[in-house]
Design a binder for this molecule. Structure first.
Ligand SMILES: *Cc1c(COP(=O)(O)O)cnc(C)c1O
Length: 398
């Protein structure tokens, strides 16, 4: 059913080695070193039902997609990876495959706006109960879980670092709390990436990614993935993936494969650049900067947990509150020359955005609303001093 992988030999190697080799065996026909883009919808059968290596139809199974799934599972240290046409497609299928009307979700109060929109506007009308809690506050999570009989919440859903406030949740402690109440925990690990954080090792039941971000890494592909160790849940998710069809194209999978090979190097440099930018922002006077949010700063309320839970850096995302307020923050976001004003994150190029008016406009007026003077930076791989000079001139322009 899958291209044979050298998974056993690779299991003991470092993440950077697995990222380059797992699922990437030379093409059996030609020896092509890079996994080909198998741009085919269907596969010849050797007599009725005589499938070659299980390939029949590309919604169900495609060699380029399998190659990415094997590579990503290995990098994550997960038994199973299933890739999707977007991060939200991955989230949708994981939830729809495993929830039934009447089930309830406890959602972190600082999650990707699109995740909240999917749950509040699509799942709730289909009969899923949704409660929101500050997941960085263990006492609040404990109180929410204790307020109902065990098993009331099928899932607690967290992002850490969260988007856009970079809130840090203790995954192991939250998983222990959830499991004691018969609740499973899902971690959206998009911001940390598998380089910095391993939620399954910390007790999470499932991990989701928008591979659009750091894994693709070059702002040229939209994709998502679900990572699991539970074979039964894998079967449920794979069934719905095939039944509903939100699969990535072979070309999307190939771009994700290429991106994932350099993820380790990129995320470590994103983290170094972001720390420099965050430290510089924090050094500015109070009439310019109200507050910097970066888990690598000692001033961040989640710094100690992040230092324990994240390995090798704190990621490339920095948020900053502009002291002069909403209008000044919007002018600031429009005044940079190296940072590009755009949604999304995790690519090689630095991006700047105003969450309240852009990525998080859909949560305005809800408990997930973000500060009006907040600016979010996706710190890229340009020279850190050039990035700082660009922000410096943008402050002078507001
Ligand atoms: C972008 C993003 C998503 C949604 O992913 P898409 O690929 O845009 O569908 C989900 N979670 C987080 C944290 C994200 O940043």
């Amino acid at each position: 059913m899958t291209i044979s992988t050298n998974a056993n030999a690779l299991a003991a190697t470092a993440l950077s080695t697995r990222a380059i080799h797992a699922g990437q065996e030379p093409d059996p026909t030609t020896g092509a070193v890079v996994t080909p883009i198998y741009m085919t919808s269907t596969f010849k059968q050797d007599g009725v039902g005589g499938l070659r290596h299980g390939y029949d139809y590309s919604r169900s199974v495609n060699p380029t997609r399998n190659s990415f799934d094997a590579q990503l599972a290995s990098v994550e240290g997960a038994k199973y990876a299933l890739s999707f046409s977007s991060g939200l497609a991955a989230i949708d299928v994981l939830l729809r495959a495993t929830l039934r009307p009447g089930d309830n979700i406890l959602l972190g109060n600082d999650v990707y706006g699109g995740t909240y929109r999917l749950l509040a506007k699509v799942f709730v009308p289909w009969g899923i109960g949704l409660d929101v809690v500050d997941v960085t506050d263990q006492a609040a999570v404990a109180a929410a879980l204790a307020a109902h009989p065990n098993g009331h919440y099928r899932y607690i859903w967290i992002e850490t670092p969260s988007n856009p406030m970079l809130g840090i949740t203790d995954i192991a402690a939250t998983a222990a709390l959830a499991h004691a109440h018969g609740t499973k925990i899902v971690v959206d690990n998009t911001f940390a990436s598998p380089v910095l954080q391993h939620p399954l090792d910390d007790g999470a039941d499932a991990v989701v990614y928008s591979t659009t971000k750091y894994i693709g890494g070059h702002s040229d592909v939209v994709g998502g993935a679900v990572l699991l160790n539970d074979g039964d849940v894998r079967e449920q998710v794979a069934f719905l993936q095939n039944a509903a069809g939100a699969v990535p194209s072979p070309f999307d999978s190939w771009l994700d494969i290429r991106g994932l090979k350099t993820l380790d190097l990129r995320v470590k440099q994103h983290s170094r650049n972001a720390l420099k930018v965050a430290q510089w922002l924090e050094s500015l006077p109070a009439d310019l900067v109200e507050r910097v949010w970066y888990p690598g700063l000692a001033s961040h309320p989640g710094h100690e947990i992040a230092a324990r839970q994240m390995h090798g850096g704190f990621g490339g995302m920095v948020s900053v509150q502009i002291a002069a307020g909403f209008e000044a923050a919007k002018r600031f976001a429009g005044a940079t020359q190296v940072f590009t004003l755009a949604e999304s994150l995790g690519g090689v190029e630095s991006l700047i955005e105003h969450p309240g008016a852009m990525t998080h406009a859909s949560v305005a007026g809800t408990t997930l609303e973000v500060p009006a003077n907040l600016i979010r930076l996706s710190v890229g791989l340009e020279d850190a001093d050039d990035l700082i000079a660009d922000l410096d001139q943008a402050f002078k322009a507001i």
